[in-house]
Design a protein. Structure first.
Length: 503
């Protein structure tokens, strides 16, 4: 029996129940060809033009394992502190796939390539929470269904569906956590932090761009509640294909409140998949969730087992890059910032852009200032990721150089950044086109200073009387006259000189 009720408050839900989560993250690998055939994985091509008898499941076509796909899986397993199997094999996962032409998915079941690992994630207050990894296994993606004729783009109400098999067979790695217990009220935050850290690990390995907005990384949020003091897990729901960090957190929070409402009203949680709705953070029922035995797994007869040589595994381990959390701690010390500021940089997705700007010649303080200020603000206003902005780290470094040389002040630099983002060219072109260079010529500045003194005689008299701080008002008047392009320091010197006052 399922009873429909309103949500209970988050606080009331946590006062009675402990949340238990399981997170399944699918990562689309950045290989040039599919997992079991030589078809291209390039995005944006015409529908059904990147297919062959193998990925279309035609009779007699035989799959061949993508070596780079296996290598990527091993790298991911090693980065997640997993054991790497000495011997593993693929299996067929059977159920009706409208967008998988062979009607089964080639995956791994009881013999994954990587297992028994963990990932330490840092929460916003600096606490470290360990998420244990059950497995990371290789599989293939399905095709894409487009439902036509309805108002929502979903199958309900559609007149017909179109199938594109270009994506069918693209390599995936599925990373499955062990049950995440003990997070309590911070469970949604832990879910978000885990997926964020995992994304950074994947990007650092170079095996995928891990763009959630493009479907290259997606998360299934499994959640159940159990009354305080009980050891047995409750029935879980699985919110499918959540595609942003914020949405992972919102989905977990909503399901905690929904489960509590159902249980409080005497209802029973249905083991099912659910759809997440971005517009309001809610979930709705999808289909009854099958158990493993319902998929009728059996070993894939057309593929030989995978047995990675230990020498190869150790070679890959030795070649792993610096892991993101280690790198962040190193950068935080090098930049001299505190944990809170570093977390803000991470949340903005600006770490790599700041590093690249420093490598292009900027000092760390200036690089952080512009990326976390003007550029982060533009990214928020336009709804883009910060690394999608049409301004390169080298261009930001050039702006900092123009400020350091005195050719620009901060106000003019902001206008230069605005021009670059608007597509008016590089920093130097924008300065030239808009006439933004700082005016430091004594002749031009002297005339503006004389005008300011003549228009503000009372202030000038105060300065002559020893109130040097009042010079700021005259500096402001000159800056206004010159549209902010005057060299403020030189303007102050000229004011004091003309009034016969020592600075």
């Amino acid at each position: 029996m399922t009873v429909t009720t309103d949500l209970v408050s988050y606080e009331d839900a946590l006062s009675a129940y402990d949340p238990v989560m399981g997170l399944e993250v699918h990562v689309e690998l950045g290989t040039k060809t599919k997992m079991f055939c030589g078809c291209s994985t390039e995005l944006g091509q015409d529908a059904n033009t990147q297919t062959c008898p193998t990925c279309l499941g035609l009779p007699g076509a035989l799959p061949v394992v993508n070596e780079i796909g296996v290598e990527s899986a091993i790298k991911i397993g090693l980065a997640l502190n997993c054991e790497i199997a000495e011997w593993c094999r693929f299996a067929r996962k059977n159920y009706f796939y409208p967008d998988m032409p062979k009607n089964f998915q080639t995956s791994q079941y009881d013999e994954p390539i990587a297992f028994n690992g963990y990932l330490d994630v840092q929460l916003e207050d600096g606490e470290i929470f360990r998420v244990e990894i059950e497995r990371a296994h290789m599989e293939e993606d399905t095709g894409k269904s487009t439902h036509v004729g309805g108002a929502t783009g979903r199958i309900q109400g559609a007149s017909h569906s179109l199938l594109d098999y270009n994506r069918a067979g693209i390599p995936l790695i599925e990373i499955v956590t062990k049950p995440i217990e003990g997070a309590g009220e911070r469970a949604p935050e832990v879910a978000k932090a885990y997926v964020a850290e995992l994304r950074e690990v994947i990007k650092a390995l170079g095996v995928s761009e891990a763009r959630m907005d493009k479907g290259q990384m997606r998360c299934d949020v499994n959640l159940s509640l159990r009354p305080h003091g009980r050891e047995e897990f409750g029935t879980r729901s699985e919110t499918k294909n959540v595609n942003s960090l914020r949405s992972v957190e919102r989905a977990a929070r909503f399901e905690i409140q929904r489960h509590a409402a159902v249980l409080n009203s005497g209802g029973t949680i249905v083991q099912e998949t659910r759809h997440f709705h971005e517009e309001d953070g809610s979930t709705t029922s999808g289909r009854i969730k099958d158990n493993a035995e319902d998929y009728r797994y059996f070993p894939e007869p057309d593929l030989v087992p995978v047995a990675p040589a230990r020498e190869w595994v150790e070679e890959l381990r030795a070649g792993l890059p610096e892991m993101p959390r280690v790198r962040r701690n190193r950068l935080r010390e090098e930049w001299g910032v505190n944990e809170h500021d570093m977390q803000s940089i991470l949340n903005a997705g600006a770490v790599d852009s700041i590093v690249a700007t420093i490598e292009a010649g900027a000092d760390s303080a200036s690089a952080r200032k512009w990326w976390m200020g003007e550029l982060a603000r533009n990214a928020n206003e336009t709804g883009r990721a910060i690394d999608e902005l049409p301004m390169t780290p080298a261009q930001v470094a050039r702006v900092t150089a123009l400020v350091a040389s005195g050719d620009l002040n901060d106000k003019l630099a902001r206008q230069v950044i605005e021009g670059v983002l608007a597509g008016e060219g590089g920093p130097d072109e924008v300065v030239e086109k808009r006439g933004l260079k700082v005016v430091s010529d004594d002749g031009a500045l002297g005339a503006a200073v004389d005008e300011a003194i003549a228009a503000n005689t009372a202030i000038a008299d105060k300065i002559r009387g020893g109130k040097v701080a009042a010079a700021g008002a005259l500096v402001g008047a000159v800056m206004k006259t010159t549209r902010g392009q005057a060299d403020a320091a030189r303007v102050r010197e000229l004011i004091l000189e003309k009034l016969g006052v020592e600075g």
